[in-house]
Design a protein around this ligand. Sequence first.
Ligand SMILES: Cc1cc2nc3c(=O)[nH]c(=O)nc-3n(C[C@H](O)[C@H](O)[C@H](O)COP(=O)(O)OP(=O)(O)OC[C@H]3O[C@@H](n4cnc5c(N)ncnc54)[C@H](O)[C@@H]3O)c2cc1C
Length: 391
Amino acid sequence: MIITEKEKCTGCSACMSICPVDAIEMATDEDGFLSPVVDDDICIQCGKCIRVCPANKNRNSIVENNFPITYAAVNNEKKYLEVSSSGGIFPVIANKVLENRGVVFGCAWTDSLKAEHIFIENHKDLVKLQGSKYVQSNIGNSYIKAKELLENGREVLFTGTPCQIAGLKSFLNKKYDNLTTIDLICHGVPSQSFFDGYLNYLSKEAKSKVIGFQFRDKRYGTRYIGKALLEKGKKIKIYPVKSYYYNYFLKGYIFRESCYICPYADSKREGDITLGDYWGIERYHPEIASKDGSSVILVNTKKGEQLLESFSEKLRIVHSDFKKASANNGHLIKPTKRNSKRDEIFNLWRIGGSELVAKKFQVSSKENLTAILKNVVPYSVKRRIKKITCN
Ligand SMILES: Cc1cc2nc3c(=O)[nH]c(=O)nc-3n(C[C@H](O)[C@H](O)[C@H](O)COP(=O)(O)OP(=O)(O)OC[C@H]3O[C@@H](n4cnc5c(N)ncnc54)[C@H](O)[C@@H]3O)c2cc1C
């Protein structure tokens, strides 16, 4: 049984979730991505998996008339901003839902650094979901659990990449007043196996197991510098210019095939609210720009609009427009372009694993110099330079 064309499959897991006889397993494919495999001995040919697959449907986005409305925003509270990747909008929304005794679904690290969807019911667990994990998260049984909670009348907030939100809605196949969805602006996802290989490589280099990973540590700036925690108690700064994984992620070389033809990379969004980085905020909305990160919020539905009204006092927020927000964030307009480097990297990886990929990794001296300058020049000076060059 073929559910959809391989390159269109986003790995959302809707097919596995809907199968009435558990004939579908999400198994690791040759690039390390979870993809559905049907056991033909168990399959009863009901066709539910084919019908639920968002890749087989006409794009049915939920954007209503007069939407999206675009905002630039930053969380008022530093404690949230520090842990979150952008302007810390997700924790404000999640807190609102948790205050109403609702449930929040999102991506967390497991103890062995696997990106997985979980749900939380307490404020103390919020930190698990904060921060972007730049690895495709495993949905597991989250759609099934969300449905059960919705049917029991619980308020549910479900967050994820746009393809995961599309998968959830297709699986539910019904509108629930008690469901709110947030999709992220997303430029693509690498696989868990590729990330595992990178962690093994890092551990070998550091002679200590990596036990924690944060892709964006605000203490090192709002751009992309991360941190790996080692078993021996030390930490390593992860610079995109030195880390093959981070570099290839940012350049879009190691994504799932479907990411390069992503149908969700446009202004018609899947979530009631869309969150992402507001790159270029210093230019368009300097009055709220923060050295700790900033967000673009797209409000896509009436429900999203009502939700925003309920938490906007927690934010510094101004009206913006889609053109400005997407000027430096191309993934709001079109998918990442596939580069031939993808084949080179995955070929190397299949032959010699992460060791060989790391060995062949090189950055140009120009990239190196730019990265050093970005880190040396303080934020206040960068802002002044930007102001001068933009006027
Ligand atoms: C793979 C990926 C690619 C992205 N690409 C872009 C981009 O190109 N441009 C852009 O503007 N923004 C991008 N983002 C979104 C951005 O990094 C922030 O996640 C977003 O702005 C929310 O930030 P926040 O500060 O409001 O809250 P945070 O506290 O940072 O919120 C984290 C939210 O992201 C969810 N999340 C974290 N990791 C994953 C994951 N692997 N899969 C699904 N959900 C996850 C959590 O469940 C939570 O809802 C990307 C995020 C991911 C995960």
